[in-house]
Design a protein around this ligand. Structure first.
Ligand SMILES: O=C(O)CCC(=O)C(=O)O
Ligand SMILES: [Fe+2]
Length: 200
C-alpha cells in the first residue's frame, strides 16, 4: 500500500518531468472557506518586476510566506517572506500528508478575473531547491493550465478546479514551461498557492 495514496495518479507529462493532478483534495465548503479567508487576510500586493530596465507592475496580486523571512528574487525584485498564518499552515500540512513531500515557503497569486494570467515560465529560480516538488492549490474560478516542452514544443493542458492540488516535480522545471492563459470564461477571482522549498 502506498502511504501517500498517489499510486493511482498518472503522470500528466509524456517525458522529461513529473506532473500529478490530484483533483479535489478539499471539499466545496473547505475550498470556499479558505478562498474567502485568504482573500481577506493575506497581505496581497501587486507584483513588480524589472524587465529590460523598466518597472512593470502586474494586475495580478501576490504574497510570499515562509518558515523564515527568506528573500526570494525573481525578475530582479526581492521579497522578504512573511510568517505563516494558521490557515496556510493547515493547507501546507494537508498537502504534505497527501504527497509525502515537505515545503518551507508559499507564493500566492490572486487573479481577479480571466484577464489576469501568468505567462510561460519555469520555476527554476536559484533560491529554490533544484528538482524539489512544487505543490499548487487552486481556489475559486476554474482555469486552464498548460505545459510546453522547451525543445519539442509539445503542449499538455488541464483544468484546475477549486480545491484541487497539482504537483510538479523531478525534471519538470528543467524541460517544461508552464502558464496560466488569459480567458474570457473566468469572470470571478482565483487564488493559487504554490508551496515550494527554498534551499537553505
Ligand atoms: O496560478 C497558477 O496556477 C500558477 C502560478 C505559477 O506558475 C507560479 O506562481 O509560478
Ligand atoms: Fe510557476
Amino acid at each position: 500500500m502506498d502511504l501517500f495514496n498517489n499510486d493511482s495518479i498518472d503522470n500528466c507529462l509524456p517525458n522529461d518531468g513529473e506532473v500529478y493532478y490530484y483533483g479535489n483534495i478539499l471539499n466545496i465548503e473547505q475550498a470556499q472557506y479558505y478562498f474567502e479567508h485568504l482573500l481577506k487576510n493575506i497581505e496581497w500586493d501587486y507584483d513588480k518586476a524589472i524587465i529590460y530596465g523598466k518597472l512593470i507592475v502586474t494586475k495580478r496580486k501576490v504574497a510570499w510566506y515562509a518558515d523564515q523571512p527568506f528573500d526570494y528574487t525573481y525578475s530582479k525584485i526581492t521579497k522578504s517572506a512573511l510568517p505563516w498564518t494558521m490557515e496556510l499552515l493547515e493547507l501546507k500540512k494537508i498537502i504534505e500528508k497527501k504527497t509525502g513531500e515537505t515545503f518551507n515557503a508559499c507564493l500566492l497569486n490572486l487573479y481577479h478575473n480571466g484577464n489576469e494570467s501568468m505567462t510561460w515560465h519555469s520555476d527554476s529560480e536559484k533560491d529554490l531547491k533544484k528538482n524539489a516538488a512544487i505543490g499548487s492549490i487552486s481556489l475559486g474560478a476554474e482555469r486552464k493550465f498548460s505545459f510546453k516542452h522547451k525543445t519539442t514544443k509539445q503542449t499538455v493542458s488541464m483544468v484546475l478546479e477549486t480545491g484541487s492540488l497539482l504537483v510538479m516535480k523531478g525534471a519538470t522545471q528543467t524541460h517544461w514551461l508552464h502558464r496560466l492563459p488569459p480567458t474570457k470564461k473566468a469572470k470571478s477571482p482565483r487564488i493559487n498557492l504554490t508551496f515550494r522549498t527554498i534551499q537553505i
